[in-house]
Design a protein around this ligand. Structure first.
Ligand code: ATP
Length: 517
């Protein structure tokens, strides 16, 4: 675990050193849980968005895009339930003055029991070697059974307080924290305040005060922009059910426990798609979108073992099924995307609060109804983090040196091709520049002539550039260059005239979409 945390720290500093992610307002020492994307980060992020957008909008005839404003009529958030129910339960430690999410403290405690159980199993596996029968050990070891009982008891109590009839049972939560003797990781004490609810939406004012300003919110999710435009899009696009509306945009949450770098931010970006279906067909579509979205992730080639579904047993009041796609980050399996069957809750609520009829007339059955909705919601920043975590490697080379390389999928890499003259003389820079000027029309290229060639290769490895070409004396004679592959470090001699074709095939989003189809 400690080793994994180390790797994570290295990834965070790599992001800063190579222009992927900077703390926001860095010269003022940053702003908590807010980050800026640098020259390489913005390219990687744009490529992730492009992959998502094209796989959704371009590849599905019945999905269209939208770009709704961040500011919305304040009643939107009354109708959606965010004003009353978008709360986190918080608890403070009086000694360290640190604030925590009470639900996270309890979930971490459950995870600790799980870890202890796994440790026992691993110890036994080592002891019994090939005679080890894991299932039998789990069901008979008194130690494991005791831990399992404690874990299940805690899990059961936690479910009860989270699903209490009048909303989360805050006193019950505090009691669990006391009974489990959970301590503050900073002060090490159990000197806790009561648990309180805290709304996560940022508020601001619209209009000049003299004219009578009113309070509005920064949207905490992009989904509502889609729901309030359902009628506009359905009518003007003459959309027939089932159909979807996709959107990429910023969302804001005043997260209390901001940690793990860009995993939990206060300003972040979501890629959401709301898929409107006939009532009664929603669970079928839910399953189908689960599979489609998992394929999209696995298509990047990070290995199926690094993903899992986490089906929710606690459902939000509006949902009748929900799952997360979790990715194996250096700090454990974590949610990257949520897939929710949201029933007709949102459209019905907006109909109620706006007084407008929000329905679909079904020409096949001649009836009108409120469509049901399947939502797929993925955080761009979490996706970015999962890509980086998987790509990062400190590779020990045969000569004993270590190279830091990002094995980014070529289609997502910020720079696709680096072009180097071997030396700064004999007309090599001019020739290299000529190739650069030609190929920059097709993909993102970088020209570099500073430092020894080895150093230039390393710099490109560190930003995940899949290909480098070197222009040398032979180039002037026969118009060929060496093409170096980032992952294998192998070099092949290819004709300049073939370069565009060779590289293009590997680095475009189209190459990913074709694999997906
Ligand atoms: P969590 O339980 O981690 O707070 P959530 O279940 O509240 O997340 P959703 O409301 O389902 O998240 O949002 C959909 C997606 O938006 C998440 O899967 C995640 O990728 C992203 N997301 C949500 N909150 C944040 C955040 N604070 N920072 C970055 N990404 C986020």
């Amino acid at each position: 675990m400690a080793q994994q945390e180390d790797v994570f720290k290295k990834i965070v500093s790599h992001c800063k050193e190579y222009g992927f992610v900077f703390p926001s307002s860095d010269i003022y020492d940053g702003l908590g849980a807010v980050y800026d994307y640098g020259q390489n980060g913005v390219e990687l992020k744009n490529n992730i968005k492009k992959y998502w957008w094209e796989s959704m909008v371009q590849m599905h005839e019945n999905i269209v895009g939208l770009d709704a404003a961040i500011f919305m009529h304040p009643t939107t958030w009354k109708a959606s339930g965010h004003v009353d129910a978008f709360n986190d339960p918080l608890i403070d430690n009086r000694d360290s003055k640190k604030r925590y999410r009470a639900d996270v403290l309890i979930e971490d405690q459950i995870a600790k029991y799980d870890e202890k159980i796994e440790k026992e199993v691993e110890k036994a596996r080592k002891r019994f070697k090939e005679n080890f029968d894991e299932a039998q050990y789990r069901s008979t070891s008194p130690k494991v059974q005791e831990l399992q009982e404690k874990r299940d008891g805690l899990h059961h109590r936690y479910q009860e307080v989270m699903n209490a009839p009048g909303g989360i049972d805050l006193e019950g939560m505090k009691q669990i924290i006391l009974d489990e003797e959970i301590v503050c990781p900073i002060s090490g004490t159990r000197n806790w305040t009561d648990v309180r609810q805290f709304n996560l939406m940022f508020k601001t004012e619209i209009g000049a005060a003299a004219e009578g300003s009113s309070t509005i919110y920064l949207r905490p999710e992009t989904a509502q922009g889609i729901f309030v435009n359902y009628l506009n899009v359905q009518k003007t696009g003459r959309m027939k059910l089932p159909f979807g509306i996709a959107q990429i945009g910023k969302a804001f949450r005043n997260e209390i426990v901001a940690r793990q770098f860009i995993f939990r931010m206060r300003e972040f970006e979501q890629m959401e798609m709301q898929f409107f279906v006939k009532p009664g067909t929603e669970l079928q579509w839910f399953d189908s979108w689960k599979q489609t979205r998992m394929r999209w992730h696995q298509n990047l080639g990070f290995g199926a073992e690094n993903y899992r579904f986490h089906d929710h047993d606690k459902l939000a009041h509006y949902a009748n099924a929900a799952t997360d796609i979790e990715f194996h980050m250096p700090f454990g399996f974590k949610e990257v995307e949520g897939i929710h069957s949201r029933t007709n809750f949102d459209l019905s609520q907006h109909a109620k609060y706006s007084g407008k009829k929000i329905e679909y007339f079904d020409p096949e059955t001649n009836e009108s109804y409120t469509p049901y909705v399947i939502e797929t919601s993925i955080g761009v920043d979490r996706m970015f983090l999962s890509v980086l975590c998987h790509a990062y490697e400190e590779q020990l080379l045969p000569d004993g040196q270590i190279r830091t390389v990002l094995h980014l999928p070529a289609a997502l890499a910020p720079v696709k091709l680096a072009i180097f003259p071997l030396t700064k003389k004999d007309g090599l820079p001019e020739k290299a520049q000529e190739i650069f000027n030609d190929l920059r029309f097709y993909f993102n290229c970088k020209y570099e002539e500073k430092d020894q060639i080895g150093k230039r290769y390393r710099r490109m490895d560190a930003i995940g550039c899949p290909y480098c070409i070197t222009v040398d004396q032979q180039t002037l004679e026969d118009n060929t260059v060496t093409l170096r592959d980032r992952d294998t470090m192998e070099q092949t001699r290819v004709a300049i005239s073939d370069l565009q074709h060779i590289v293009d095939e590997k680095v475009t989003i189209t190459s990913l979409l074709k694999k997906l189809a």
